[in-house]
Design a protein around this ligand. Structure first.
Ligand code: NAD
Length: 478
């Protein structure tokens, strides 16, 4: 970012190194894959201890990268990783076991079970907006599932990426887990390698590049993408609480959150009260002059500063009104928490994912008009409902599609490892966290074991009338 902190030089990892590490991991994949639950728990424990040991350095790195407050680092980078580790340690035995499944009567004398086997050599490509959380989070699932892992963190948060390379280098051999630094060039080279799975977190446009590259090797993918997550505050909602939670969800991490409320519909009868309460919390959280408040992070770099500022300017040109905020300082990539109304639907603020500290607000009288507008867009990663009315809530849930939803909160669903996390179509493919994360990095191998002779043995060619009768009976009764 454009501050006193010196930028680190852009690093790319050479193709030879990528191939060397890939081959080492390929050779080692059965050693890692055949570890038992106890051995995998020991690895997760090592990662847990390292994250806690390096907690001060992680805070320092993220401050250097985009002035993220240390408490926010604890809350949104450290805690999600340690909680994911604890959940995996507790449940890994059950996840690995997979379990017996029923076998049809016609196949009497046999048994069936599911064996969760590791995919093999996997690649994790992560974004910059929660660099540690979104790198080590999926890593926990990959370790639990018994894979060897290559990780390419984002070049936009170079301090965090360098530190993660150091941490992983200290606790794992590169033939098991390795961090390779680099930007688009390194990422493009990595995507040519025949990984057994790719777990990508980033923009939908880049997700398409990843999926195309993966198709060349028929590599499976988990795509954790983004998009515009709508929020609805209905006529029955507790407006003050909604405003408080939405102000937190919108401005935490400077709005650079894939599941931030992107734009908002509030019932006409509550609009004034909502805007007034929202302004109150903007001030309460970040004071009158948010540029002086250490709790408020910065835009990650000048490119993204210009992108978000460009969206605001474009909306203003099309008649939008700034209700609060709208202050900029390019020298430190600062955009104040901003609330806007009258934003034209064809302005960039509404055609692109905002990924910055700006909230466009619309009022409505008929909820079905709102749902129609939401459904006319790509499926969002999240959709939030603020309501005290169950019927309204269910109507919205049943008549929209989204990766995940919070009722009377936002972004909180990310923190429950028991919920599958991810998008749907344009906002993502596949799920992360807890058991779902483990399964993304595993192949559910069906194992059928024949114990005594079975009916199929009687039905081998050459076919005759007697065998046909047996087949008829099987079709009729089993
Ligand atoms: P990005 O897609 O630009 O970058 C993500 C990663 O992909 C980085 O490591 C980057 O080096 C690499 N990359 C970039 N361009 C590439 C290319 N052409 N070929 C190969 N690799 C390439 O995303 P970002 O700007 O880091 O993050 C913001 C986006 O990520 C937003 O859309 C946001 O919604 C999304 N996101 C989603 C989640 C989620 O969990 N679903 C979480 C965080 C962010």
């Amino acid at each position: 970012m454009n501050t006193a902190v010196a930028a680190l030089p852009q690093i790319e990892t050479k193709v030879n190194d990528l191939e060397r590490i890939f081959n080492l991991q390929k050779e080692n994949q059965f050693n890692v894959g055949n570890t038992n639950a106890k051995e995998r728990i020991a690895k997760l424990k090592k990662l847990h201890e390292a994250v806690l040991k390096y907690r001060p350095q992680i805070k320092e790195a993220l401050y250097k990268d985009y002035r993220k407050h240390p408490s926010e680092v604890d809350l949104t980078e450290i805690y999600p990783v340690t909680s994911e580790i604890k959940d995996a340690k507790k449940n890994i035995r059950r996840w690995m076991y997979g379990g017996r499944v029923k076998t049809p009567l016609a196949m009497m004398g046999s048994s069936s079970r599911v064996k969760h086997e590791p995919k093999g050599v996997v690649l994790i490509i992560s974004p910059w907006n929660f660099p540690v959380n979104l790198t080590f989070g999926p890593l926990v699932s990959a370790i639990a599932a018994g894979n060897t892992v290559m990780i390419k963190p984002s070049e936009m948060t170079p301090h965090a990426s360098a530190l993660m390379k150091k941490i992983i280098g200290e606790i794992f051999n590169e033939n098991e887990i390795a961090v390779v630094e680099g930007g688009v060039s390194t990422s493009t080279d990595l995507l040519k390698l025949p990984f057994n799975h790719i777990f990508f977190t980033g923009a939908p446009s880049i997700g398409k590049i990843v999926m195309k590259a993966a198709a060349e090797n028929l590599t499976s993918v988990t795509l954790e993408l983004g998009g515009k997550s709508p929020t609805i505050v209905d006529e029955t909602a507790n407006v003050d609480l909604a405003a408080k939670r939405i102000a937190w969800g919108k401005y935490v991490n400077n709005g650079q959150v894939c599941i931030a409320p992107d734009y908002l519909f509030v019932h006409e009868s509550k609009k004034e009260a909502f805007v007034s309460a929202f302004k109150k919390y903007m001030k309460e959280f970040y004071t009158e002059d948010s540029s002086q408040e250490s709790s408020y992070a910065r835009i990650v770099n000048t490119r993204h500063f210009n992108r978000v500022k460009g969206y605001i300017d474009d909306a203003m040109d099309k008649g939008a009104k700034i209700e609060a905020g709208g202050k900029f300082d390019e020298s430190q990539d600062f955009i104040a928490p901003t609330l806007m109304t009258n934003v034209s639907l064809d302005s960039k603020l509404m055609t692109e994912e905002i990924f910055g500290p700006v909230l466009p607000v619309y009022s409505y009288t008929n909820i079905d008009d709102v749902l129609q507008k939401i459904n006319a867009r790509e499926k969002p990663l999240a959709l939030y409902i603020y309501s005290k009315n169950k019927k309204n809530t269910n109507h919205i849930l049943n008549n929209t599609r989204a990766g995940g939803t919070c009722v009377n909160h936002n972004a909180a669903h990310f923190f429950n490892p028991n919920l599958p996390f991810g998008g749907s179509n344009n906002s993502g493919i596949g799920k992360a966290h807890g058991k779902d994360g483990f399964e993304s990095f595993s192949n559910a191998r069906g194992v059928f074991t024949q114990h005594v002779p079975n009916a199929l043995d009687l039905l081998t060619p050459p076919y005759n009338d007697f065998k046909q009768k047996l087949i008829d009976l099987t079709i009729k009764w089993f």
